[in-house]
Design a protein around this ligand. Structure first.
Ligand code: PLP
Length: 398
């Protein structure tokens, strides 16, 4: 037994559990990290699909969902697809990512960001994060490009690997917007398109503008654990008409419109969102504002409960942004890194589902051979982040 350490961290552990309890209350059951919620017309709209027979790949809810998601994202066009990973893959494809290209992205992200690039035969190239946003650091991006990149007429190339760098994919972690203006400025200098992984950030804004519509094209997820859900689903949003049309075409088997002929002009995908899922989505989107308010309220309660806590603070989004508070994150003080697993154990044992961030991608077996820059910030953050229960309903009625 290492008694001095366990005594010290035990006080920390008890204090953090007590502060979380002050937010959520003494629960008899288990409080999930993030629950899907259905408080609107979901039942009626899904029933309408079943009653009418329009359950599959075409139907009015797909069209409505696409119109609405574009509007909410501040983009002109929306394309509904089967999930956020497929949305990302098509975003990368339509901006021109090809086999053997490199795609710059944070190491601190869910594995789908890298998988989407890999499915196209491209290679993820990992860049560090910012302490201010938890997302891709514009400074680290600029530094890395200065080290390795050469701008040529046919594209920007990584001189170390010889590969073309054909996209940058910032991800708004837990709904916290990245510093997109600075990232776009670097990207523009190197003539590389920016694709937003906005999977987690529906409803978040940067300088008043919605996430998803900030880059060339963006991907949103409607998986069951996100702020809104279609069961499973995703959306592509963009202001670029040509990209939107190509995305719609590719995700619907690349069929040339015709009354009866099955002529396909490229090898497409069957990635369209079924109407029955879109019906759920239409009902869910109408609840976004209430969801955002409840989550903001929950976030404020966590901030108040952790005021004066030396062991951990609640991560707060930068001033010029508003986060959708998808997942609320505690940041352990550097001196409390040793307590992380004990805190996680105690919170989960107390019934408050909590978890660390994803294993960094550059340390995953499947991606450890990929190129990367200095990753010291995300390696530090990995040891200090704990996500705590964040469902919107926990912030309701007060
Ligand atoms: C959820 C998520 C995705 C993928 O979305 P799915 O709908 O689950 O395929 C992609 N990137 C990030 C950062 C996510 O959190």
């Amino acid at each position: 037994m290492t008694e001095s350490i366990s005594a010290g961290s035990d006080a920390t552990v008890q204090e953090i559990v007590a502060r979380v309890r002050a937010v959520i209350g003494q629960e008899s059951g288990f409080v999930p990290l993030h629950e899907p919620e259905f408080h609107g017309e979901e039942w009626a709209l899904v029933k309408d699909c079943i009653d009418s027979g329009w359950v599959s790949s075409v139907g009015k809810y797909v069209d409505q969902f696409e119109t609405e998601i574009a509007r909410i994202s501040g983009a002109k066009y929306g394309v509904a697809v089967v999930n956020g990973t497929a949305a990302l893959e098509i975003c990368l494809k339509v901006v021109g990512v090809e086999r053997e290209d490199e795609v710059l992205m944070p190491s601190l992200t869910f594995v789908a960001t890298a998988n989407a690039a890999s499915h196209l035969g491209a290679v993820p190239h990992f860049i560090d994060c910012s302490y201010k946003t938890l997302g891709l650091s514009a400074e680290a991006l600029e530094l890395r490009l200065a080290q390795i990149a050469e701008l040529r007429p046919e594209g920007t190339f990584n001189l170390e690997t010889g590969r073309r760098i054909s996209a940058i994919v910032p991800m708004h972690a837990f709904g916290v917007p990245v510093d997109i203006d600075d990232i776009l400025a670097v990207a523009e200098r190197y003539n590389i398109p920016v694709i937003e992984d906005a999977a987690e950030s529906l409803g978040s804004t940067y300088k008043g503008k919605p996430c998803g519509g900030l880059g060339r094209i963006g991907a949103i997820s409607f998986n069951g654990n996100k702020i809104l859900t279609t069961g499973g689903g995703g959306a592509i949003v963009t202001n670029d008409e040509a990209l939107a049309k190509r995305a719609k075409h590719l995700t619907t088997t690349a069929k040339i419109p015709h009354k009866w002929a099955f002529e396909h002009d490229e090898i497409g995908y069957n990635y369209r969102m079924p109407n029955i899922n879109a019906a759920l989505g239409v009902a869910q989107l109408r609840q976004l504002n209430v969801r955002l308010e409840q989550k903001q309220n929950l976030f404020s309660k966590y901030v108040a409960a952790f005021a004066g806590c030396e062991a951990a603070r609640v991560f707060e989004a930068p001033d010029h942004t508003s986060s959708n508070n998808w997942l609320i994150a505690l940041i352990l003080d550097a001196s409390e890194i040793v307590s992380r697993d004990a805190v996680l154990t105690a919170l989960n044992d107390a019934g408050y589902m909590s978890r660390p961030i994803w294993n960094l991608l550059h340390r995953q077996k499947i991606y450890e051979a990929c190129p990367h820059g200095d990753l010291s910030v995300c390696e530090d953050l990995e040891k200090r982040i704990i996500n705590v229960p964040s469902s919107a309903k926990l912030g309701a009625n007060s």
